[in-house]
Design a protein around this ligand. Structure first.
Ligand code: URA
Length: 420
């Protein structure tokens, strides 16, 4: 059978021809290939790797495994996931307000990585369960629609679940094909990848992040998508809010021009500008500044919220957990950063995230950092506020342990580390 032939070839380091890849992907998606055989193939791929040609064939086969949308005029972005990552909530309304329509499918959070759907659902009434027709109409009428990824690329959903259970997630060709197959099925013609790099991200080093970014851009181009990438810092959470409602609140403040942490403002602007460049909008920097200063970016977000059933009035008072406690600095010094992984784990414990698929999240839970890189703190000064009533003691220990202090003030790391 094809699956046995694929396992035999790959375990010896051979190349899998495209028809064989297609046959295996469709056979597994249809339930005709058992998990144990697919798991053996995935482990062989993990160990032996895949050529670029095989990776592209796998990406195509997964993109074609279900329905495919087509939004050639639209822009989209993808983040490889991080802590406090609210770039979709900020850069997308901004790009849309500058004339780049956005058709985006998003997911839910898992582990320390948040998901845009969970964040948006902290707005009372808002739903991301849009039919294709409503999604399409909203893209035309509002210029921004965000729906929960549903039936697209079913092969990726099945294979990802198996990878998760067999230690085969962290393989570059498998990650690249997984991400790009979903983006290709979503169908936007212009795509910006935000590859996160640091302790709170999948990619820990810049070299790894650059390698993934290069693969994502190349695969996208071969599938007819205009794509580029930025590599952004995830050694520290993005902005100061981690947790669903807290992150929406911080994003609203940015969109209204009420002030935002420098790193968030820098990444949101950079991503919006790159999307406008991909789309060919002239003078993208000026367009972005105008949309922020005129209130159009916020107005577009408010229209998007109403269109998806959200209560615009509730944006002023998003429900936060009433259980609040403060974390105090164990020493005096200058804040270098909060380790993103520690803060992400604390938010997860407090209830902002889910340990396994299907767990409920507490939209009002999370961590609010009260000081940022470069600032001086005294011993005993409050440095973070925790929201949520689960595991608050352990969460407080994690946040205190995540605080990195140095005797001298050090400049914060640049928010955008690299781009291609
Ligand atoms: N995100 C994905 O969508 N797929 C992967 O394989 C890894 C991260």
């Amino acid at each position: 059978s094809d699956i046995l032939e694929a396992i035999e070839r790959k375990k010896r380091g051979g190349e899998l021809p495209e028809p064989l890849i297609r046959s295996v992907v469709s056979g597994y998606t249809a339930g005709e290939i058992p998990d144990y055989q697919m798991a053996a193939l995935l482990m062989a791929i993990f160990i032996r790797g895949m050529s670029y040609g095989e990776t592209l064939a796998l990406t195509r086969a997964m993109a074609d495994s279900g329905r495919r949308y087509s939004f050639p005029e639209c822009v989209d972005k993808h983040s490889t996931g991080g802590v406090g990552d609210k770039v979709s909530l900020t850069a997308l309304p901004l790009a849309a307000a500058c004339g780049a329509p956005v058709a985006k499918l998003s997911g839910r959070g898992l582990g320390i990585t948040g998901g845009t759907v969970d964040k948006l659902e902290s707005i009372p009434g808002l739903s991301c369960a849009l039919t294709e027709e409503r999604f399409r109409r909203q893209v035309e009428e509002v210029g921004l629609a965000i729906a929960e990824a549903g039936e697209l690329a079913p092969a990726d959903r099945a294979i990802y679940a198996l990878r998760d259970a067999t230690g085969t997630v962290d393989s570059l060709p498998l990650i690249g094909s997984s991400i790009v197959s979903k983006k290709a099925a979503t169908g936007a013609g212009h795509l910006l990848y935000d590859v996160k790099c640091g302790s709170g991200a999948f990619m820990r080093t810049r070299r790894e992040a650059r390698e993934l970014a290069g693969l994502l851009v190349r695969l996208s181009a071969d599938l007819g998508i205009r794509a580029s990438a930025v590599i952004s810092d995830m050694s520290h959470p993005l902005g100061r809010a981690v947790g669903n409602a807290l992150e929406v609140r911080e994003s609203l403040r940015f969109l209204r021009g009420e002030g935002a942490p420098e790193d968030l403002a820098a990444v949101a602007r950079a991503v919006a500008v790159r999307l406008l460049e991909l789309k060919g909008v002239p003078e993208p920097e000026r367009a972005v500044e105008r949309a922020l200063a005129s209130g159009q970016a916020y107005e577009l977000f408010a229209r998007f919220v109403r269109a998806q059933g959200g209560d615009e009035g509730a944006l002023e008072r998003l429900p936060l957990s009433p259980r609040v406690r403060e974390v105090r600095s164990p020493a005096a010094g200058h804040v270098e950063r909060f380790d993103a992984l520690g803060v992400g784990r604390a938010a997860l414990l407090l209830g902002a995230g889910r340990r396994k698929k299907g767990d409920p999240v507490d939209h009002g839970a999370g961590v609010e950092l009260l000081v940022g890189p470069g600032e001086r703190v005294e011993e005993g000064q409050a440095v973070a506020r925790l929201y949520g009533d689960r595991d608050a003691e352990r969460a407080a220990g994690l946040v205190a342990g995540a605080l990195r202090l140095s005797p001298e003030p050090a400049p914060p790391p640049p928010a955008i580390l690299d781009s291609l």
